[in-house]
Design a protein around this ligand. Structure first.
Ligand SMILES: *[C@@H]1O[C@H](CO)[C@@H](O)[C@H](O)[C@H]1NC(C)=O
Ligand SMILES: *[C@@H]1O[C@H](CO)[C@@H](O)[C@H](O)[C@H]1NC(C)=O
Ligand SMILES: *[C@@H]1O[C@H](CO)[C@@H](O)[C@H](O)[C@H]1NC(C)=O
Ligand SMILES: *[C@@H]1O[C@H](CO)[C@@H](O)[C@H](O)[C@H]1NC(C)=O
Ligand SMILES: *[C@@H]1O[C@H](CO)[C@@H](O)[C@H](O)[C@H]1NC(C)=O
Length: 347
C-alpha cells in the first residue's frame, strides 16, 4: 500500500471528504467524449504526485511525476508514440513537480528537495542536469519564463513571505533569494505575457483575498484584488496585456478575474463544485479552457470561445489527483490525471 502525502496529491486545502458521493464509481477512468473527442488511455506507472505536462511544439508532450521512491519520472510523446517511463535522477522530492519549456527541445522541472530547497532538473537539448537553488520553501514553486534562457522562480518562505530567484543566461543570480514580502498562503502563480513582464498572483494568509504584484523593469507594490479564495490562484495569458486568473471561492464555485489591458473585470462566478486547484490553458488568443477535479472525482471543464463560456462538461471516470492540461495545437487539449490505480491516464 502506497501512502500518498496530502501535499503531493494537490487536493488540499479543500476538504474533499465533503464531496464524497455514494454514487461515485470507484473505477479507473473510462471512455467518454472529451476535449480530444477521445477516450481515456492508461500511460502506466505508479505515481505519488499529480502529473505535470508540458508541450514545446505541435508534436511533443512531456509528462513528469514522482514515483514511489519520490524520484522524478518522465515520459514523452514525439508525435508518433509514447516513450517508456524513466527516472531522471534518484533525487528525492517532497512537492509536486512543476514543468515548463522556454523553447524547442528545452525542459525545466522544479520541485522541493527533502530540505525544502528548490531542485531544478533540466533538459538542455542533449542531456539532463540537476541543480539545487537553495532556499527553504513551504510548498511547490511557481515558474515563469519570458524568453530563451530566462526563468523566474517564486515560492513562499517559512515566514509566509514570497521569494524570487532569476536565471538570466547561463546561471542563477547569486546564492540568495529576493524577498518580495507579503503574508501569503500556499503557492503563488506567475505568468508572463511578454519580454520583461511578469504578473504574480498569490492568496493572502490574512483574509483569502487575491494579491497581485507586477514586474515591468521593477516590481510594483502588492495590489489587493479582493475575493475570498480557498484555493491557490492560477493565472494564464492569451496574449499581450491580457491576464485571466481563476481560483476556488469560499462557496466552492470557480471564481474568475481578468485584466483586459486597461482595467480589471470580475469577480465572476463560473459555478460548479470544485475540489482541486483549477488548471487554466489558452490554446490561442481569446480562447481559454479551465479544468478541475470536481464532484464525483471526475474532470470537469468549461471553455471560453471569445464571447461565451461553454456549459460544464465532465469527462467520465474517477481521478485521484488534480489534472494537468496542455494544448499543443489550437482546438486540442490533452488532459492527464492519476486514476484510482495511480497510473497516469490521458484523454
Ligand atoms: C458519461 O456520464 C454521463 C453523465 O453521468 C452519462 O450520461 C454518459 O452516458 C456517460 N458516458 C459514458 C461513455 O460512460
Ligand atoms: C540578462 O543578461 C543579459 C546578457 O548577459 C544582459 O544584457 C541583461 O542586462 C541581463 N538582465 C538582467 C535583468 O539581469
Ligand atoms: C485583506 O488583506 C489584504 C492584505 O493581505 C489587505 O490589503 C486587504 O485590505 C484586506 N481586506 C479586508 C477586507 O480586510
Ligand atoms: C476594458 O474594460 C473596461 C471596462 O469594461 C472598458 O471600459 C475598456 O474599454 C476595456 N479595454 C479594452 C482594451 O478592451
Ligand atoms: C460562442 O458560444 C456562444 C454560445 O454557445 C455562441 O452563441 C457563439 O456564436 C460562440 N462564438 C464563437 C466565436 O464560436
Amino acid at each position: 500500500m502506497v501512502h500518498l502525502p496530502y501535499l503531493l496529491l494537490g487536493i488540499a486545502p479543500i476538504a474533499s471528504a465533503q464531496y464524497a458521493s455514494a454514487a461515485a464509481p470507484a473505477l479507473a477512468p473510462r471512455a467518454t467524449v472529451g476535449p480530444s473527442a477521445g477516450r481515456w488511455e492508461s500511460l502506466g506507472n505508479l505515481l505519488v504526485s499529480p502529473p505535470s505536462a508540458v508541450s514545446w511544439g505541435a508534436n511533443r508532450i512531456d509528462i513528469f511525476g514522482l514515483d514511489v521512491k519520490a524520484a522524478l519520472n518522465h515520459k514523452y510523446w514525439n508525435g508518433r508514440s509514447w516513450s517508456n517511463w524513466h527516472a531522471i535522477s534518484d533525487k528525492q522530492l517532497i512537492s509536486e513537480p512543476v514543468s515548463l519549456s522556454w523553447g524547442d527541445n528545452r525542459l525545466d522541472v522544479f520541485a522541493l528537495g527533502t530540505s525544502g530547497s528548490v531542485i531544478q532538473q533540466y533538459w538542455d537539448g542533449k542531456a539532463w542536469g540537476i541543480e539545487d537553488l537553495g532556499g527553504v520553501l513551504q510548498n511547490n514553486p511557481s515558474v515563469a519564463s519570458w524568453g530563451p534562457n530566462r526563468l523566474d522562480v517564486f515560492g513562499l518562505g517559512l515566514n509566509s513571505q514570497v521569494y524570487h530567484k532569476v536565471r538570466n543566461g547561463t546561471s542563477w543570480g547569486g546564492p540568495g533569494w529576493e524577498n518580495l514580502g507579503g503574508t501569503m498562503r500556499a503557492s503563488p502563480s506567475a505568468v508572463s505575457w511578454g519580454p520583461g513582464r511578469i504578473n504574480l498572483f498569490v492568496r493572502s494568509a490574512l483574509n483569502g483575498s487575491l494579491q497581485h504584484k507586477r514586474l515591468n523593469g521593477n516590481w510594483g507594490g502588492w495590489e489587493n484584488l479582493g475575493g475570498s479564495l480557498v484555493s491557490d490562484p492560477v493565472a494564464v495569458s492569451w496574449g499581450p496585456n491580457r491576464l485571466d486568473v481563476f481560483a476556488v471561492g469560499i462557496d466552492h464555485t470557480l471564481q474568475h478575474k481578468w485584466w483586459n489591458g486597461t482595467s480589471w473585470g470580475g469577480w465572476e462566478s463560473l459555478g460548479g463544485r470544485w475540489v482541486s486547484v483549477p488548471v487554466a490553458v489558452s490554446d490561442q488568443p481569446e480562447r481559454l479552457g479551465v479544468y478541475c477535479q470536481g464532484h464525483e472525482s471526475a474532470v470537469w471543464y468549461r471553455h471560453w470561445n471569445g464571447t461565451a463560456w461553454s456549459p460544464y462538461t465532465g469527462l467520465n471516470g474517477t481521478i485521484v489527483s488534480k489534472p494537468s492540461v496542455v494544448s499543443r495545437v489550437p482546438e486540442r487539449f490533452d488532459v492527464f490525471a492519476l486514476g484510482t490505480d495511480h497510473a497516469v491516464w490521458h484523454n
